[in-house]
Design a protein around this ligand. Sequence first.
Ligand SMILES: Cc1cc2nc3c(=O)[nH]c(=O)nc-3n(C[C@H](O)[C@H](O)[C@H](O)COP(=O)(O)OP(=O)(O)OC[C@H]3O[C@@H](n4cnc5c(N)ncnc54)[C@H](O)[C@@H]3O)c2cc1C
Length: 295
Amino acid sequence: MLDRLPPVRGTYTTNAPLHNKVWFGVGGAADVLFEPQDVSDLQHFLCHTPRDIPLFALGLGSNLLVREGGIKGVVIRLGKAFQAITVENETLITGAAALDKVVAQTAFKHSLTGLEFLSGIPGTIGGAVKMNAGCYGCETKDTLYTADVVSRDGSLETLSNAGCGFSYRHSKVGDDIIIVSASFQLTHDDNNSIAERSQKIKVEREAAQPSKVRTGGSTFKNPVGHKAWELIDAAGCRGLKRGDAQISEKHCNFLLNLGNATAKDIEMLGEEVRTRVKEQTGITLEWEINRIGVE
Ligand SMILES: Cc1cc2nc3c(=O)[nH]c(=O)nc-3n(C[C@H](O)[C@H](O)[C@H](O)COP(=O)(O)OP(=O)(O)OC[C@H]3O[C@@H](n4cnc5c(N)ncnc54)[C@H](O)[C@@H]3O)c2cc1C
């Protein structure tokens, strides 16, 4: 495939392992991993890459289950050049590869409120925008002002909040569109109040969710009017295992890799939960975790 890709200033890695780049710690390799040097390098790559080559943007892999057969095509991962964060009055502008936690800390340092919820989400801003990440009543869409994206033809475009088409854990940003930066419209507040809200989220998260584990976060979306974990619990799936994959005892909407689970173990266990919940309640759970790649 490499001979069909344009020369770039960034780096290409062929047959690049992905298990070490995703939270679950499983999965095959990408045909090619491309790490662009900057936005113009990414634009050049997109503009000159044949359209039949599939592309996939990888953030921190905290919402991904990569199957054993890996990813056919090019996985694009943004690096240091996409991590800068600047603040102008009440606007915070951040590169898409900045960690959610660092963005939340930067907002705090400038006495800005609106991004406390990001402090506990273990991904990047690109992933947060794409997934409309959120917790404890706040979502990315609440304060996002614009997102800069590069399209398949290499053009750089600024999407408004409405243009991102946000809904629950979803945006309409297409799968072959790369988010390169985002701006957030925040408001000033006193640091004690911001710290108190962040601390409350941290305490609630630690009490409710497993920590220091290989997981993809919430496995299924909450169906309208229901909590996914309650349905999973009622269907008797708390602690359910398949190989080294397990439904967490602590929070049963979390799927865990206990050590040596395969992507197939994890996915099949998730499917078993969906089947049991459907049989018991008539409700079909929808995956929140992105499952990608070939078996
Ligand atoms: C322990 C744990 C706790 C979690 N808690 C929460 C929570 O409270 N709330 C919540 O919403 N989520 C939670 N998650 C899920 C996850 O952290 C979020 O969905 C996060 O926003 C994903 O970001 P990422 O950078 O890891 O993206 P990835 O997992 O790498 O990718 C997720 C999606 O975003 C796309 N993407 C990533 N970067 C870009 C980019 N630059 N341009 C275009 N598309 C891109 C990918 O293509 C993919 O479709 C949790 C996960 C874990 C492991």
